[in-house]
Every structure is written in C-alpha cells, then in structure tokens.
Design a protein. Structure first.
Length: 269
C-alpha cells in the first residue's frame, strides 16, 4: 500500500487523528507516520512548543493545514473538551484517538508514595479515561459512516508484573481493561468505534532513555534492559508507530477489545 507523503494518499487517507503526548517519543512517531499515510493530525501535548514543532514538520512535508498543535494536560477534563473542539473545528470530525501521553516511575509497593501513585495513575489511567469519554462523544457523530478507532498505549507492564513498578503496573493494567470496557460499550451501542490497547516493552524513547542515562553506569543499565528482551535489542518508536498505523486504518476493522503486543518476545517466555 502507498506511503506517498507528498500526495497524502495512504492507509489512513482522509482520516483525522488526535494524538496525546505528540511532542516526543511514541506520540511524535505516530503523528509523523499517520500524516505520511494521509491523516490530518492534532498534535497535543503539555509542551506546546514541542507539539508545534511536530505540527510544523508535518505541514512542511505533507502540505499546509495538515496538522495543528494543541495544548493539553490529559488530567484536566476541561482541556480535553477544548482540545477535541479545536480538532473538530479545524478538520470537521474525529476518526482516530491515540492516548499516548504517559509517565513512569520505578518504586516498589513499600517505597512508592501515595502522591506518586496518584500522579502516575492520573496521567496514565485518568487521562486515558477522559480521552475515551470525550473522544467517543465527538466520534459517534460521524462514526457510523466513517468508523472510529481509539488506540490506548498500555505497556508490557500492563500484562505482567514488575517488583519495582507498583504504580506503573497498576496504571497500565487499568488501561488494558478500560480499553476492553470501551470496546464493548461502543460495539453494543452500534457506534462503529473500535478500541484496542498497545503493549510495548522498552522502547528507546526519552522516557526509557532516562532510566539508563541518569544511572551511575548508563551502559550497564542499558545492557541489562536489552538482556530482558529475547529479540536482543530495545524497540524504536517506529516499531510501535507501525502497529498504531494498522489499528488506525480500516485494515483492522474486525479488531476491538484486543491487546496489540509489541514486546520483542518478553511475554512469550
């Protein structure tokens, strides 16, 4: 299938996507790939300058007016409503919602604080809940004819536990089951909106790089992470973006309520 980034013809041609955490990492990679495959993009992030840089890159490559930058703190409901309104005002409708914004911490149940637990869950789980809730409200106005796809970034840590990831495990496990609930609700309402969760392992993004770059021996920590991945390397953002493209496209029209696992073989053990 075509990936022609000059004509805008591609696997999601004519669709409109709102992406959270779009200024960097998985969100940035997904925004660029979806745009190259024909989608119009609302790049949202708390870092508006970074979001604008991604939108400018898309507009430079794919043509002016193909992307906008929107300020969004995913934990704030009023900001969600405003971001979706801005997206629909700019492009006419909403077809794809990618809940990519996330944070991570590494503390076990004894050392994690309640403040930390609430913060991680507020961003990773509450933010996804708000996105799904208000995304559906916008999508269902046109989804019966156009279809809709909600893609929630969970983690391999939403499938298996880690001894030192209490808050992160809880938030990403919550995203997994929330996605199933959303999928069933939309199916039973006849909305033609699908919802799936994506479960990456260690992807070489700013969040993962901070895990080893800030360590006393960065290369030792990086090699330790790699040893946990049977395929023998860290993932890159485009590994996940390609899966997101599939879920965003009509190619995945029969897939909802499922886990899309991109973990280099970790859960196969």
């Amino acid at each position: 299938m075509s990936n022609d980034n000059s004509t805008g013809q591609g696997r999601v041609s004519g669709k409109v996507a709102l992406i959270t955490g779009g200024a960097s990492g998985l969100g940035e990679a997904a925004a660029l790939l979806l745009a190259r495959n024909g989608a119009s993009i609302a790049v949202t992030d708390m870092n508006l300058e970074g979001a604008q840089a991604v939108a400018d890159e898309i507009n430079g490559v794919c043509g002016e007016g193909r992307a906008i930058a929107v300020s969004l703190n995913v934990t704030e409901e009023d900001q969600w409503i405003a971001a979706i309104d801005q997206t629909v005002d700019a492009f006419g409708y909403l077809d794809i919602l990618l809940n990519s914004a996330g944070v991570g911490t590494m503390n076990d149940i004894e050392t994690a604080t309640l403040e930390e637990f609430r913060f991680v869950n507020a961003v990773n789980l509450d933010g996804t809940f708000l996105g799904c809730k208000h995304g559906i409200a916008a999508m269902k106005k046109s989804s019966r004819e156009r279809g809709g796809s909600i893609i929630n970034i969970s983690s391999v840590s939403g499938l298996i536990g880690g001894h030192n990831m209490a808050a992160y495990n809880a938030s990403k496990g919550g995203v997994r089951l929330l996605s199933k609930s959303v999928a069933l609700h939309c199916a039973r309402q006849g909305y033609n909106i699908r919802c799936n969760s994506v479960h990456p392992t260690f992807i070489d993004t700013p969040m993962v790089r901070s895990m080893y770059e800030n360590a006393p021996e960065p290369e030792v920590v990086k090699k330790k992470l790699i040893r946990q991945v049977p395929i023998g390397r860290l993932g890159v953002a485009d590994d996940v973006a390609q899966g997101i493209l599939y879920l965003a496209s009509d190619e995945s029209s029969f897939m909802t309520g499922s886990e899309f696992v991109l973990d280099g073989g970790i859960t196969a053990q």
